[in-house]
Design a protein around this ligand. Structure first.
Ligand SMILES: CSCCC(=O)/C(O)=C/O
Ligand SMILES: [Fe+2]
Length: 183
């Protein structure tokens, strides 16, 4: 079961859970309502044959697939990449990640511009809508292996906030009825 919670704005160590005091957990339904982020639980023992992942890929048109490993040993320019991942940004397309090993945190802004931290573990498939401000960090295990999916030729460009002029951001704001905040 994936866990999500409102997180503190003052982050000393991004790899820690960084709960508010008192803790404020958020259900998956609330995460979806407040951010548009979608979640699927995938059975790691059967996904290659049970058709669940295949159906999601087919329905959503994911034609591209690769695998990303984030660890000191496997990721080129490790420190630099982690900094890029943790800078608040958006993409012009969905960000789809299916965790097969390890763990980490996706932080996403809710409608009121508050950070919600979503913990991802093996079997979690998370879909961040295009135009959502977000960031990613490894946790204290410093390791994650995740499949990335994409519709067509992949574009991984991250646009750091502020990026409100992008059409994808405007559509996201309109669809989610996001409170407009000047930055
Ligand atoms: C576990 S995937 C690494 C993070 C990433 O690919 C990304 O784009 C974060 O926003
Ligand atoms: Fe991203």
């Amino acid at each position: 079961m994936v866990r999500a919670w409102y997180m503190s704005n003052d982050v000393e160590d991004q790899r820690l859970e960084n709960h508010l005091t008192p803790q404020k957990m958020v259900s998956l339904d609330e995460v979806k309502r407040l951010t548009g982020v979608e979640y699927f639980g995938i059975n790691l023992n059967t996904y290659q044959t049970d058709g669940v992942l295949d159906n999601i890929k087919k329905e959503r048109g994911y034609t591209y697939e690769d695998e990303l490993v984030c660890s000191k040993e496997c990721l080129q320019n490790y420190e630099e990449k982690l900094k890029i991942f943790f800078a608040e940004h958006l993409h012009t397309d969905e960000e789809i990640r299916f965790v097969v090993e390890g763990s980490g945190y996706f932080d996403v802004r809710d409608k009121n511009d508050e950070w919600i931290r979503i913990e991802v573990k093996p079997g979690d498939l998370i879909i961040l809508p295009s135009g959502i401000y977000h960031r990613f960090t490894l946790d204290t295990t410093n390791f994650i292996r995740a499949k990335r999916f994409f519709v067509g030729e992949p574009v991984w460009t991250a646009y750091n906030r502020p990026a409100d002029h992008f059409e994808c951001r405007k559509s996201y704001v309109e669809k989610l009825n996001v409170r407009q905040i000047s930055v």
